[in-house]
Design a protein around this ligand. Structure first.
Ligand code: BES
Ligand code: ZN
Ligand code: MN
Length: 492
């Protein structure tokens, strides 16, 4: 998608679709007023009759009938100005992208003049919204779907100020959106196409494309290095586990490690999941995929900090060789875990992923995983749950997530919760009861980061959601790519 900046009147640009905006309860202004005048006040009358009120994501559209150079006009409601922000701008753009995808037309003209968002976040939100909203997973239909042209060129009208900043935002947005769409594609991909070896191979290819260093540990190497927890989870599957280590060198004394859960399919193992919706467990690798996406975006943005990306990849299957309830596994750092439920496999693979990050000298560890159904119970699909051992790092992640337009909500760590995962025969057990399930999940992983500042992000609810303005079909969201990719800048 190409973005062209125009400073002259957008209403006279020969586009397929002209998009202008209206805030709820405000007088029409700028290009929107111009459109109304060309239509002899039809928009104003629509507002007076309450046919259109400028409510959030409300549309008013018409063929231009020769009144404008565009074929079609859309007035998009942005809701109330005091509720508007860059996050809403991103969603509004996603909504437009979906609208244009459904109609025909490849050249879209947008009036951004007077949009109440600073130029750089505006550029970023615009391109992210358009790219994310336009994206869908192609699927495996025998016949190709309809061959609509889709959005090719977007002409935006800007005020005269802030153009360089806007363009910087566009550049960043493009790199983040394409990383995020890669992650979404991986999330949608079924596990017979995306097994551990394959995910590692894709990571290697992407890493090389972006100039990242990459190392892949196969099952033999994992055995040599004694990553017994990852091996334990993976041993039930015909498709052996992998650990992928990606490195970006930004030249700083500090190192950030991003660690992700990469379960290409989570059947639950011997503690088998019920059949309903088990197919969704192909997305249990979205933490690792988000780490890959963030690393790619970081490589493009070149911040001055060393960043390591670790993907702990396995398939959790029941079989004659599978790990079993009651087994004790030993992680890379020597700590032992009693497996009381093989379906709590995420924390087990991450025990190795995180202790390996400590071994590589990480000063900060941020880990993302589709870890607990309980995260969905607490926050639904609306926010990622955070558990943190370090207030300063937690605040940085929070700030990055706010700037990225991704919601994160912190849960507390109270020392009493530690009793919940004590084991009689090992350093801890992997599956305490239901109480504080999302918190204990994060705390168990944190045991392997100690003493390095650690933030756990449970994306079980946010990595896969129903339809929305940025998610045409629903499905994988690529959540936390934007937040994690931003972290290095905040840590310098
Ligand atoms: N991958 C699941 C978590 C999950 C469940 C994500 C539903 C999205 C939707 C994870 O491996 C898991 O099975 N967690 C268990 C942990 C429990 C056994 C302690 C869970 O949440 O039930
Ligand atoms: Zn899982
Ligand atoms: Mn599980």
């Amino acid at each position: 998608m190409k973005i062209v900046i125009e400073t002259t009147a957008i209403v006279d640009y020969p586009s397929d679709v002209l998009v202008v905006f209206a805030f709820e309860g405000e007088e029409l202004a700028g290009a929107t007023r111009e459109v109304d005048q060309r239509f002899d006040g039809a928009l104003k009358r629509a507002i007076e009759s309450k046919e259109f009120q400028g409510q959030w994501l409300e549309h008013w559209s018409s063929l231009s009938l020769g009144q404008l150079s565009a074929q079609r006009i859309v007035v998009l409601g942005l809701g109330r100005r005091d509720e508007f922000n860059s996050s809403r701008l991103r969603q509004a753009m996603g909504d437009i992208a979906q609208w244009v995808n459904k109609s025909s037309g490849s050249t879209v003209a947008l009036d951004l003049e007077g949009m109440p968002v600073e130029p750089e976040p505006m550029g970023e939100a615009v391109v992210e919204g358009l790219e994310l909203g336009a994206w869908t997973f192609q699927g495996y239909h025998q016949k190709d779907g309809d061959d609509k042209i889709g959005m090719k060129t977007v002409i935006v009208q800007l005020g005269s100020d802030g153009r360089a900043k806007f363009e910087r935002g566009i550049g960043r947005g493009q790199s983040l959106a394409s990383a995020q769409n890669l992650v979404r594609k991986l999330g949608w991909t079924p596990s017979n196409y995306l097994y551990p070896e394959k995910l590692a191979e894709i990571a290697q290819k992407e890493a090389e494309k972006h100039g990242l260093e990459v190392e892949i540990f196969d099952e033999n190497r994992l055995l040599e290095l004694k990553l017994g927890a990852l091996l334990g989870v993976g041993q039930g599957s015909t498709f052996p586990p992998r650990l992928v280590v990606l490195r970006y060198r930004g030249g700083n004394t500090k190192t950030l490690a991003l660690v992700g859960k990469g379960i290409t399919f989570d059947s639950g193992g011997i503690s088998l999941k019920p059949p309903a919706n088990m197919d969704e467990m192909k997305y249990d690798m979205l933490g690792a995929a988000a780490v890959l996406g963030a690393m790619c975006a970081i490589a493009e943005q070149k911040p001055g900090l060393d960043v390591i990306g670790i993907m702990a990849i396995a398939q959790n299957m029941p079989s004659g060789s599978a790990y079993k309830p009651g087994d004790v596994v030993t992680a890379f750092n020597g700590k032992t875990i009693e497996v009381t439920n093989t379906d709590a496999e995420g924390r087990v693979v991450l025990a190795d992923g995180v202790s390996y990050a400590v071994h590589l000298g990480a000063d900060y560890i941020v880990e993302a995983s589709t870890l607990t159904g309980a995260a969905l119970v607490v926050l639904g699909h609306e926010a990622t749950a955070m558990v943190a051992t370090d207030d300063a790092l937690a605040e940085i992640v929070m700030r990055a997530s706010q700037d990225a337009g991704e919601r994160v909500w912190q849960l507390p760590i109270y020392p009493e919760y530690r009793d919940l995962y004590k084991s009689d025969i090992a350093d801890m057990k992997n599956a305490p009861g239901r109480d504080a399930g999302t918190i204990t999940g994060g705390m168990i992983i944190a045991e392997f980061a100690d003493p390095v500042p650690f933030v756990h992000l449970d994306i079980a609810g946010t990595a896969w959601t129903s339809k929305g303005p940025l998610n045409a079909k629903g499905g994988a969201t690529g959540v936390m790519v934007r937040t994690m990719a931003r972290l290095p800048e905040y840590l310098i």
